[in-house]
Design a protein around this ligand. Structure first.
Ligand SMILES: NC(=O)c1ccc[n+]([C@@H]2O[C@H](COP(=O)([O-])OP(=O)(O)OC[C@H]3O[C@@H](n4cnc5c(N)ncnc54)[C@H](OP(=O)(O)O)[C@@H]3O)[C@@H](O)[C@H]2O)c1
Length: 293
């Protein structure tokens, strides 16, 4: 029976990943503080002890604004720890799964980004994730970095829960219509990545080695934050509790934040579809399923 080491299992993606990965083998799931990515060297003995065939890294420093003033911690968690995990994975001939972000792009291209496009992160978080991608690739072995965007779930505070909360308190919502990307349901992302690993059968490292690499994987097509919010309210299971009567478009520049975000960072996911014969559902379908519609 294959052993799978999942890190970050209480996060949005990790929570969903443990449901999927549990079907593929014997799962060892850990999260902070039982595993601490600020102590990257401690991960070497963990991997040696568990001896997994697959390491799935769903842990990350995801506080995009806080990262601007907390670079050392952010880098330790997002770069140093994945680098150690990727190295240990290669030594043990384990497949390494890592997740990155559309925030590695500056959003100035004006059309969807493919894996071939040059990255140019605008934020500390984006820089750390780009560095992690490079570190994972440099470690070699059989690795997958899946770049995704606008992850949501009902597990933690996400854009979906925030929109419902704001709508419960305010008659009018002002949501930016100039930030555009692909909302990605954490469960769909976990399932698609799990299906990739399932294609590896009993020998995932050997079987998947040739397809190792960087892939874009996000909710299909894209929308603005405002369109996303409109869809959330359309599917709101409790419209009777709502104060909000309308959503008005606003501009990112009206809401200054410590971290700059790309304006158009939608990901083109054709490579993933061609190589694995899989795709994520349309973002609207993801929102509908996540909201129990
Ligand atoms: N959320 C998005 O919109 C988005 C978009 C694009 C890409 N991504 C990427 O997708 C992946 C999953 O994101 P997510 O939204 O599922 O993240 P999340 O919900 O914030 O989960 C991250 C997990 O990492 C854990 N973690 C934080 N610091 C740690 C440490 N020092 N040691 C060990 N674990 C630690 C967290 O534990 P605590 O809760 O205890 O801190 C949490 O369980 C990440 O790589 C992220 O960069 C996310």
């Amino acid at each position: 029976m294959k052993k799978i080491l999942l890190l970050g299992n209480t996060g949005q993606l990790g929570w969903e990943a443990q449901r999927v990965l549990g079907c593929l083998g014997e799962l060892v799931s850990l999260d902070y503080p039982d595993v601490d990515f600020t102590q990257p060297e401690s991960l070497r003995s963990l991997v040696a002890k568990v001896k997994p065939s697959i390491i799935y890294n769903a842990a990350a420093y995801t506080a995009v604004d806080r990262a601007e003033s907390d670079w050392e911690r952010c880098r330790m968690i997002n770069v140093e720890a994945p680098m150690v995990l990727a190295e240990e994975a290669r030594k043990q001939r384990a497949v390494f799964v890592h997740i990155s972000t559309d925030y590695v792009f500056d959003g100035k291209k004006g059309s969807v980004y493919s894996e071939e496009d040059a990255a140019n992160p605008l934020s500390a978080y984006g820089r750390s994730k780009l560095e992690s991608e490079q570190a994972v690739a440099a470690a070699g072995g059989c690795w997958f970095t899946f770049r995704t965007s606008w992850v949501f779930s009902d597990r933690r505070d996400s854009f979906v829960s925030k929109v419902l909360e704001w709508a419960g308190k305010n008659p009018t919502l002002r949501i930016v219509d100039d930030q555009i990307s692909g909302p990605t349901w954490a469960r769909a992302l976990a399932e698609a990545t799990g299906m990739v690993l399932a294609q590896g059968g009993k020998e995932p490292y050997e079987v998947l080695l040739e397809r190792s690499g960087l892939y874009h994987l996000a909710g299909w097509r894209w929308c603005s934050r405002k369109e996303w919010a409109e869809e959330i309210l359309r599917l709101d299971p409790h419209p009777e509790l709502r104060q909000a009567k309308e959503i008005i478009g606003a501009k990112t520049a009206e809401f200054p934040t410590p971290a700059e975000r790309p304006l158009f960072s939608a990901l083109e996911c054709g490579k993933f579809e061609r190589v694995f014969g899989l795709r994520l559902p349309d973002w609207k379908e993801g929102v509908r399923l996540a909201m129990g519609g």
